[in-house]
Design a protein around this ligand. Structure first.
Ligand SMILES: Cc1ncc(COP(=O)(O)O)c(C=O)c1O
Length: 347
């Protein structure tokens, strides 16, 4: 086992040992291979560099209480990658290929899989990208599908600690009928600079509104939005947000816990009414918000409005229960009644 302090892990591009690869050329997938050469050698004209011709996924593998090793809902990620690939005009890895390559990547890098008893997991990052040198704006006929892994702890340096977010009205994430609901690389590039400015101002997250009218909440830069009020779990219905697998789970867990669940347009002003607000996603799990500021211009001084939720950095009771339940299922401490954990056999 690698010499890692599992309790101090953050979320980063940790260099492990083995990369799992398949190449697609002229309509055919190659054999799946494993390589310890942890690099790609690509022509500088390769279209992924210039046109962001890529989509990716993010899921986690866990060591459970009884020693089983599981991937959490890998078929959901396979389907989402197929959807992103169709959107871009890239070849779609089948369910079997996707799950097999994720399993191979976890097995080949087993020394980096956190043992049971830590708030850590092995993050699995499948990447599908155009690998042909080309200038023309048409899909390439050479594609790489790679799966890498990285041991991961908490995304923001601490689990279930509340942070703030800012709504930058001078930045939008996704155009109406654009790429917002797909996990394509290009969606993320445009968030780096506003993230940097937000971090300098002490905010961990960016919360984006619908770009056509700025009346409704879409999602955070790295996660979906949920709010809790009157024993109800509310999450935005929008064509421009990524269909989060964590959010899907939390909606089911909320219903199991006796909450009402509403997936519907959420007006910005409704932030006033929520008792708890959080981001949710594979990397962050649940990221509770202490407050959210609205700024007309992110780079400039005046704050237009502040919405406050749990005071003094406290985390709300519903967010805490949701977090404990989903992480308990992932670690095999709570019965997996929905069948979300996919065991990697012969580990
Ligand atoms: C923009 C965005 N929204 C939502 C999510 C959460 O999705 P999931 O729960 O499937 O990880 C992510 C992370 O993957 C994301 O990048």
């Amino acid at each position: 086992m690698a010499n890692i302090d599992w309790d101090k892990l953050g979320f980063d591009a940790y260099r492990t040992k083995t990369l799992v690869l398949a190449r697609w050329k002229n309509g055919q997938w190659s054999e799946i291979t494993e390589t310890d050469e942890f690099q790609f050698v690509l022509d500088p004209f390769t279209c992924v560099f210039h046109y962001s011709f890529a989509c990716f996924e993010g899921l986690k593998a866990f060591t459970q209480k009884d020693g089983k090793v599981v991937l959490f809902r890998p078929y959901e990620n396979a389907h989402r990658m197929q959807r992103s690939a169709r959107f871009l005009g890239l070849p779609e890895p089948s369910d079997e290929m996707f799950v097999q390559m994720c399993e191979m990547a976890v097995k080949a890098n087993r020394e980096f899989l956190p043992p049971y008893g830590h708030d850590a997991s092995l993050y699995v990052r499948p990447l599908l990208m155009g690998a042909q040198p080309k200038m023309q704006l048409t899909p390439p006929n050479e594609v790489i599908f790679a799966v890498m892994v990285a041991p991961a702890g908490s995304y923001y340096g601490a689990n279930m600690k509340s942070f703030s977010a800012v709504i930058p009205l001078n930045y939008d994430r996704a155009a109406p009928k654009g790429s917002g609901s797909y996990k394509v690389a290009a969606n993320y590039a445009s968030t780096f600079r506003p993230y940097q400015i937000a971090h300098e101002q002490g905010h961990m997250e960016l919360l984006y509104l619908n770009s056509s009218t700025h009346e409704f909440i879409d999602e955070f830069g790295s996660s979906n939005f949920f709010g809790i009020k009157n024993n109800t779990y509310v999450t935005p219905l929008s064509d421009s947000v990524l269909p989060s697998i964590t959010n899907k789970c939390l909606q089911e867990i909320a219903a199991d816990l006796g909450l009402k669940v509403e997936k519907r347009p959420v007006r910005l002003e409704e932030l006033e009414e929520f008792e708890e607000v959080g981001g949710c996603g594979t990397a962050v799990v649940i990221n509770p918000m202490s407050h959210i500021e609205v700024k007309e211009v992110l780079e400039e001084e005046p704050v237009k409005k502040v919405y406050r939720f749990c005071p003094d950095g406290e985390v709300g009771p519903v967010s805490t229960r949701l977090y404990k339940t989903i992480t308990g299922i992932q670690k095999g401490e709570i019965e997996d009644i929905h069948g979300w954990c996919h065991e990697i056999k012969d580990f």
